[in-house]
Design a protein around this ligand. Structure first.
Ligand code: HEM
Length: 460
């Protein structure tokens, strides 16, 4: 338990669930308005395909209906999926007047709190972004590299030599430790371990837990009560760290994100919201993207050899290209989400107010019109050629809500790539590519990116 007494006002998880009231509006096309075509299969079947495997369902629907189609998805209703590069950009970059995110992301509120950047739009969003952005500037992130390296070295040293293991689990462990140390600033190993264990419960929300979003009364019983207690326990530990950081006389010199979030005298509850938002946005995404990076690279020996050849160069461009190419072919955020608040034009349709629109990042990242005949090939070299088609590349989203941690994530992935390859020789446990699957909203390697350490290397 924390060694601080929590005295400031705070909203417990049960209260956040109770006060959360999503605005349910069913888009009904008015005069001159229409939704794109879609399948006639029962809504239950469509829902199963969307929640269980949109990575195969969306491409199949695109084959049938073209770049824009409508699906019926419980419990949210009709969703328009956009797959064409220009439509995807229009929606992603559309901003709060055309395509706001707030209503689409409102379901994060019980977990994160009402003031999360993820669910704000307009002036409130701009002001909250302004508060958080300085902590993620390039020079701040550059100062974190040596600690990222140290944590990666420690992680790699714990890997067994010989037996196969799912790399994604090891990457989860690592990226969570990176967040605890560099975002929240906890150095003490015992406190860091306690916090990591508590935060893991927060982010590993299961489908069953989501029933509480619909029936908050469940929070009083059985497994749901334990989930809510877990959320409150994580909050206790976070408030204790916020308190500790606020009172640290050396705070101005600290490199972590929390020390900067305390600038401008925000209340503790807002800082907690910001920390949990960063955790939710930055932990699983970076872990899975890093696992995909090795899954792809280990199956492309020429690319692997080229990365190895550049390991002594701290700025090797090819390493950067490998990170970009991984995020192109395996975008962990398979699609973005927006919801219209008024009628808007898209791809020749006038969509009614209240329509969910999901732009598919995977579709534009493999669009042959933009990327050419080898669009689905893993070829990092394409990033070193003149004018790669960046208009069809949005792994971190776009517009006002573009990922706040993009530089942090890309830097971390490069550090992980370099440090792992310097210390061990990895090989995949099978030659065949790992199939992709959806886990909640993230595109994961179905077998966890299983690898083997063939031998350890003397670091150079
Ligand atoms: C490879 C890793 C990552 C990927 C692929 C990724 C991707 C994304 C995407 C697609 C969005 C939504 C953008 C939109 O709606 O247009 C987003 C938002 C966000 N991400 Fe990341 N992310 C990653 C890592 C991180 C990290 C490391 C952090 C922080 C430590 C972070 C913090 C955030 C935050 C705070 C937002 C919300 C921004 C807003 O709504 O204004 N992300 N991310």
């Amino acid at each position: 338990m924390s060694d601080f007494t929590v005295t400031h006002p705070r909203t417990p998880a049960r209260e956040r669930l109770r006060s959360w009231r999503p605005e349910i509006r069913h888009p009904t096309p008015g005069p001159g308005e229409a939704l794109p075509p879609g399948p006639r299969t029962p809504a239950a079947l469509q829902s199963l395909r969307v929640w269980g495997g949109r990575n195969t369902y969306f491409p199949a629907m695109r084959e049938r209906f073209g770049d824009l189609f409508t699906l019926r998805v419980a419990p949210i209703g009709r969703i328009v999926v956009a797959c064409g590069p220009e439509d995807v950009r229009t929606v992603a970059l559309g901003g709060p007047d055309g395509f706001p995110v707030g209503e689409n992301n409102a379901m994060f509120e019980p977990l994160l709190g009402r003031r999360t950047v993820l669910a704000l739009d307009g002036a409130a969003h701009r002001s909250e972004r302004r508060r958080m952005t300085p902590a993620f500037h390039g020079e701040r992130v550059a100062a974190l590299v040596s600690t990222m390296e140290e944590l990666t070295r420690e992680e790699v040293a714990s890997w067994p030599v010989g037996p196969a293991f799912p790399l994604v689990e090891r990457m989860r462990e690592l990226t969570l430790r990176v967040i605890v140390r560099l975002v929240i600033g906890v150095e003490d190993p015992d406190r860091a371990a306690r916090l990591a264990a508590a935060l893991r419960r927060v982010v590993d929300i299961r489908t069953r837990d989501l029933l509480m979003w619909v029936w908050p009364g469940l929070a009083r019983i059985g497994p749901w009560r334990r989930t809510v207690e877990g959320l409150d326990h994580a909050d206790d530990l976070l408030y204790a760290e916020i308190d500790r950081c606020r009172r640290d006389p050396g705070r101005q010199g600290r490199p972590d994100v929390l020390s900067m979030l305390l600038d401008g005298s925000p209340d503790d509850e807002l800082v907690r919201v910001e920390l949990v938002t960063l955790l939710t946005g930055g932990y699983e995404t970076t872990a899975v993207a890093s696992a995909w990076m090795f899954e792809r690279l280990l199956r492309h020996p020429e690319a692997l050899a080229r990365v190895r050849a550049g390991l002594d160069d701290p700025r090797d461009q090819y390493r950067t290209a490998v990170v970009k190419e991984t995020l192109r072919l395996r975008p962990v955020s398979y699609n973005l989400g927006r919801r219209t608040t008024g009628p808007v034009e898209l791809g020749g349709y006038r969509l009614p107010a209240g329509t969910f629109v999901w732009p598919s990042l995977s579709a534009i990242h493999t669009d042959r019109r933009a990327w050419g005949a080898d669009a689905t090939e893993f070829r990092p070299e394409r990033w070193l050629e003149p004018d790669p088609p960046v208009r069809a590349y949005l792994p971190f989203g776009g517009g006002a809500h573009r990922c706040l941690g993009a530089t942090f994530a890309q830097t971390e992935m490069e550090v992980i790539l370099r440090t792992v390859l310097r210390h061990v020789e990895l090989c995949p446990d099978r030659a065949a590519d790992e199939p992709a699957a959806m886990r909640n909203i993230i595109l994961v390697p179905r077998r966890g990116a299983r690898v083997r350490v063939a031998r350890t290397l003397a670091p150079h």
